[in-house]
Design a protein around this ligand. Structure first.
Ligand code: ATP
Ligand code: MG
Length: 310
């Protein structure tokens, strides 16, 4: 069962005098997100990630394409869809002089919650988002991390089935990011929430997302699990060796794709480390070369991202 089923979504922004400046933000995106999944959208600045989330969240109209969200048409049934989803952005902003409980109450009323139910909901969210000690601090005096948590709390007011998080940990310190990620994972685990997030942090995507789509210049050009993406791009594993004598070269050995020497180490990029490490060691041993150091490294998602963003 799909939470989001998008076919051939396109969006061009027109600005300036009679729309002379045109930016193609989305250029035919098709995408399916399973219910209960955590799905990551990755891509360079300006790729179209926020635009796509905004269209899914009924905040922008697509120029073209068919999008079903929670089984409803995102354009025709926008009002019903809105009740069941929410979105939080890493650079959201709220009215500067209101305090967290006031901000949450304001948005809660927009969702039709009021009276004691609203107070209970606001208290609960202030607690789970660790904002209790900051109840009396005006919005503009909150730190970046606290503002982010408030944006997340706001997005949970209507207990959404589908949650969009646009760079949820932007500018947060590692400790706060880790806790926020754990909380996001628990929303899926405990409430079965479907979550679609964008991020520039590869570890975040790798840790949280069941599936990742790479988007560039308004098109999706790869998708799969973090492992699938690494395999698809065939970056190879790196075997770094420090040898004695140091000038021994293995560039012609089977499976070696590249060799780079630096600081007394030679880094060989190979097709598959588990196969090539024993072969290389055997050959070095046979040649009487002493191995002073060896390190084996898999490519990480960061490498994949850099390669794909090219
Ligand atoms: N309201 C707008 N008016 C005009 N152009 C826009 C508007 N919103 C986005 N764009 C343009 O559309 C393209 C996609 O922007 P979008 O914000 O979706 O990218 P993004 O992938 O979210 O980037 P980032 O990683 O920097 O957040 C960019 O070229 C951007 O300049
Ligand atoms: Mg963005």
């Amino acid at each position: 069962m799909l939470a989001i089923d998008a076919r051939d979504v396109a969006k061009t922004f027109r600005a300036g005098w009679i729309g002379r400046r045109e930016t193609v933000a989305l250029d035919g995106v098709s995408l399916g997100v399973e219910r209960g999944a955590i799905f990551g959208l990755l891509g360079p600045n300006g790729a179209g990630k926020t635009t796509l989330l905004s269209i899914f969240a009924t905040l922008l109209l697509p120029d073209r394409g068919r999008i079903t969200v929670l089984g409803l048409d995102v354009v025709k049934d926008a009002t019903e869809v809105r009740r069941r989803l929410n979105m939080a952005s890493g650079n959201a902003s709220f009215l500067w002089n209101l305090r967290p409980p006031e901000i949450l109450s304001f948005y809660g009323r927009l969702y039709g919650v009021s009276g004691r139910a609203l107070r209970r909901r606001v208290d609960e969210l202030l607690t789970v988002c660790e904002l209790d000690p900051h109840r009396r601090v005006p919005y503009n005096e909150l730190s970046t991390g606290l503002k982010q948590r408030l944006a997340l709390a706001k997005s949970l007011l209507n207990d959404p089935e589908l949650l969009f998080l646009d760079e949820p940990t932007l500018g947060l310190d590692p400790d706060v990011s880790t806790r926020l990620r754990r909380y996001v994972a628990s929303l899926r685990r405990e409430r079965g929430m479907t979550i679609v997030l964008t991020t520039h942090y590869m570890r975040e995507a790798e840790e949280l997302c069941d599936e990742i789509a790479f988007i560039k210049a308004g098109r999706i050009f790869a998708r799969g699990s973090a492992g699938d993406l690494k395999r698809a791009i065939q970056l190879g594993d790196v075997i770094a060796l420090r040898l004695d004598p140091p000038d021994v070269r293995l560039d012609d050995a089977p499976g070696v794709l590249r060799a780079v020497a630096a600081n007394g180490w030679i880094e060989y990029t190979v097709d598959a480390a588990e196969k090539r490490v024993p072969e290389l060691l055997q050959r070095l041993h046979a040649d009487g070369v002493v191995v002073r150091g060896i390190e084996v490294r898999e490519p990480d998602l960061e490498d994949v991202f850099v390669e794909m963003a090219r």
